[in-house]
Design a protein around this ligand. Structure first.
Ligand SMILES: N[C@@H](CCC(=O)N[C@@H](CS)C(=O)NCC(=O)O)C(=O)O
Length: 257
């Protein structure tokens, strides 16, 4: 049985779960809580202590992109990558746009607004601009197709969790400017695998709200790579420094830790 080190809200874990559901691979979930930073209880599976990480018998690996490629090789049917080399490359490119750019544009505003119930109008405005720019690019990549690579693929699976978060934060694809993308988002959310995972996210959110618990600790925030780049290049280095001085920032574990 495959074990997934998981967090219900992580867009990267969502990507892997949706791929597993699409492929009909049964799996166990080990909850490795997002926001409970610098855990050491699964560093044997992922030395960065990030979700998702996957254990398949005596084999383990991490990083959602690597995991999804492994799942494709291990469980080839149904295929989630196009066979044509150019479409396959395009699939990986769109996955990369979702994982690096879209995620980074949404991260700080998620922490501030959803996590802390606070407002930072400049960060919101920068996120709105950047999400709109990325949606322009995705609209262009989609063209007149139903899915990014003609048929449903990992590209669609990678974008949908971030697009759902964007909509939740008030950055939904614009019905005029991003007409194709708005229709794509509705279409992809009809896939049973996506319906199933969306329900899981919403049910967990409702349960946490009823218990007056938050989805993650917004004052113990894990920062890395593209998320840091986004904050700094958009002019919020001082904000980040204040966060660091307040002891609210954490980074993936290093060997020395
Ligand atoms: N490149 C990694 C990124 C994974 C990642 O950033 N995971 C976040 C959750 S979205 C995490 O586990 N952070 C640790 C924490 O918040 O404690 C992937 O694609 O799997």
């Amino acid at each position: 049985m495959v074990t997934l080190f998981d967090d219900v809200f992580s867009p990267y874990a969502r990507k892997v779960r949706i791929a597993l559901y699409e492929k009909g691979v049964p799996f166990e979930r080990e909850r490795a809580l997002h926001g409970d930073c610098n855990r050491t209880d699964f560093i044997d599976v992922n030395p960065r202590a990030e979700v998702p990480a996957l254990v398949d018998g005596d084999f383990s690996l991490y990083d959602s992109t690597v995991i999804c490629e492994y799942l494709e090789d291990r469980y080839p049917e149904p295929s989630l990558y196009p066979a044509d080399p150019r479409r396959r490359a395009k699939c990986r490119l769109i996955e990369d746009i979702a994982d690096t750019q879209l995620d980074a544009a949404l991260y700080a505003v998620t922490v501030i607004e959803f996590g802390r119930n606070e407002r930072h109008p400049e960060i919101r405005a920068a996120a709105a601009r950047d999400v709109s720019r990325i949606f322009d690019e995705l609209e262009h990549q989609l063209g007149t197709s139903d899915f990014f690579c003609e048929t449903y693929s990992l590209a669609d699976i990678a974008v949908v969790p971030h697009a759902v978060v964007a909509s939740f934060l008030g950055f939904a694809p614009d019905g005029q400017r991003h007409r194709g993308l708005a229709a794509w988002l509705a279409r992809v959310q009809e896939r049973p695998a996506v319906v199933h995972d969306n329900a899981d996210v919403l049910d967990t959110l409702s349960r946490l709200q009823a218990e007056q618990r938050s989805a993650f600790d917004p004052y113990r925030v894990q920062w890395r790579s593209d998320r840091l780049e986004w904050v700094i290049k958009n002019g919020f280095a001082d904000w980040l420094l204040a966060e660091m001085r307040a002891g609210r920032t954490f980074f993936p574990l290093t060997v020395a830790d």
